[in-house]
Design a binder for this molecule. Structure first.
Ligand SMILES: NC(=O)c1ccc[n+]([C@@H]2O[C@H](COP(=O)([O-])OP(=O)(O)OC[C@H]3O[C@@H](n4cnc5c(N)ncnc54)[C@H](O)[C@@H]3O)[C@@H](O)[C@H]2O)c1
Length: 222
């Protein structure tokens, strides 16, 4: 993974989208694609695509385009989704159970090994084959199951304390859904997922468009 360290965060953040489009191309039986065709599908400029994909030694060939399967496999390798990651979910409420019920994570190599909660009414229940366990058994479970990633779907007031426990137990990656920023050591990565922030961005865009339409209407009537 040494060469990947130089790739900018912006490029890395775009790779999952390339991966999704390439997967769709493979499903359609398309074996190769030019940057122009990919650009039309993805609605990003062909030069952006060339720049992004050139980071990996240029999978494209003049006059041939990109080999879809090769690019798909390489991006999977770069993202590390060609290997298995063991994952646990902390907080087996609405969101935790929704994540456990989603089957596609396993197809990407993310194996949900266990769920943890403090609610005695939930402990012992099984969600799509994944048992909900007492948080008391967290540390031992992490070691026994070589868990690398923990999804945090607990109230924000509990998140810092649980994050500390996870880090002490050896967790290296936290998928944080709790609405709070976590303080973790440098060798632990956190990916925050906040649906409400995404909705706020959507709100801004829809309101801006509406304001613009109203401004134009007013100009017409003046
Ligand atoms: N990031 C997002 O986009 C997003 C979206 C929805 C909800 N959330 C947040 O995710 C969290 C969960 O939401 P929800 O709707 O599933 O809530 P929920 O109340 O249904 O589930 C929370 C679960 O966490 C458990 N819990 C509480 N303290 C715990 C602890 N110390 N250890 C283990 N388990 C503990 C509770 O018993 C409960 O089962 C909330 O903080 C919510 O604000 C985030």
């Amino acid at each position: 993974m040494t060469e990947e360290r130089q790739i900018s965060k912006a490029v890395i953040s775009r790779l999952p989208r390339y991966y999704r489009y390439l997967g769709e191309l493979m499903e359609e039986g398309i074996e190769r694609i030019s940057s122009n065709e990919l650009s039309a599908r993805m609605k990003v400029t062909a030069s952006q695509i060339r720049q992004d994909l050139n980071n990996f030694g240029g999978f494209g060939q003049q006059g041939y385009g990109y080999n879809v399967k090769y690019l798909y496999t390489e991006i999977a390798r770069i993202l590390g989704i060609d290997r298995q990651h063991n994952l646990i979910i902390i907080g087996a409420g609405n969101l935790g159970q929704a994540i456990a019920n989603y089957t596609n994570f396993e197809k990407r190599g993310f194996m949900i090994k266990g769920m943890f909660d403090i609610n005695p009414r939930l402990i012992g229940l099984v969600v799509r084959g994944v048992e909900i366990r007492s948080i008391d058994n967290l540390e031992q479970f992490i070691v026994d199951n070589e868990v690398q990633i923990a999804a945090l779907t607990i109230p924000k007031s509990k998140a810092p304390e649980i994050a500390d426990r996870l880090v002490r137990a050896g967790i290296k990656a936290i998928w944080n859904f709790a609405h709070t920023d976590l303080n973790v050591p440098d060798d632990v990565v956190v990916e925050n997922v906040h649906l409400s922030e995404s909705l706020m961005r959507l709100s801004y865009r829809v309101c801006s468009m509406q304001d613009e339409r109203e401004r134009k209407e007013r100009e017409k009537t003046v």
